[in-house]
Design a protein around this ligand. Sequence first.
Ligand SMILES: CC(C)(COP(=O)(O)OP(=O)(O)OC[C@H]1O[C@@H](n2cnc3c(N)ncnc32)[C@H](O)[C@@H]1OP(=O)(O)O)[C@@H](O)C(=O)NCCC(=O)NCCS
Length: 172
Amino acid sequence: MKLEMNVSATEPDWTRETVTGFWDAGPKLIRAVRRYQAAKENAGLFGGVMSKYWVLVHRFWSIITQSELHLHMPIGGGLRLPHPTGVIVHPNARIGPNCMLMHQVTLSGAVTLGGHVDVGAGAKLLGAITIGDNAEIGANAVVTSDVPEGAVVVGIPARVIRVKGQDTDVTE
Ligand SMILES: CC(C)(COP(=O)(O)OP(=O)(O)OC[C@H]1O[C@@H](n2cnc3c(N)ncnc32)[C@H](O)[C@@H]1OP(=O)(O)O)[C@@H](O)C(=O)NCCC(=O)NCCS
């Protein structure tokens, strides 16, 4: 996972969700959630019909990706799902702006991701925990407690190996 420099933890970068082709499954799944929520905000017949349409679109891309990104959950703008398979997000989870979830990531329960949190492939984040802005979760980590801002964590259970912007090695 390449650290993306200059990604904001607070200002959503909507270009990260751009759909680039029909089979661009990650952005298509996210777009279905966005459009459903927008349709729901539109009272009246049109909003009602469109919300049902986006439910069907959402079902389609959920099946294709074997992922669960619930229609009602608040998701900060700029979410990226680069390899959208098996990404499971509990409806009580919260995702800040400009986050990235790799394949086979699970957010189980009321996990709160800050802004610009990158979660590596296969990582599992369990319970009512908070991940600070700009944190990075290593591939296959199992995270069971809060992660400070800018921390890079790996392992089972996950431990901090370094904090971005600090030269100190925190492995010992
Ligand atoms: C966690 C991560 C961001 C750390 O990257 P980094 O800061 O460059 O760290 P390093 O590669 O220098 O590794 C530092 C130490 O952590 C260990 N480590 C790195 N990633 C690890 C992981 N996922 N699980 C367990 N240990 C890991 C290294 O073995 C090394 O240990 P050592 O100091 O005992 O030798 C990165 O390794 C990672 O897991 N990224 C996710 C990648 C991903 O999911 N890619 C999907 C692409 S399809």
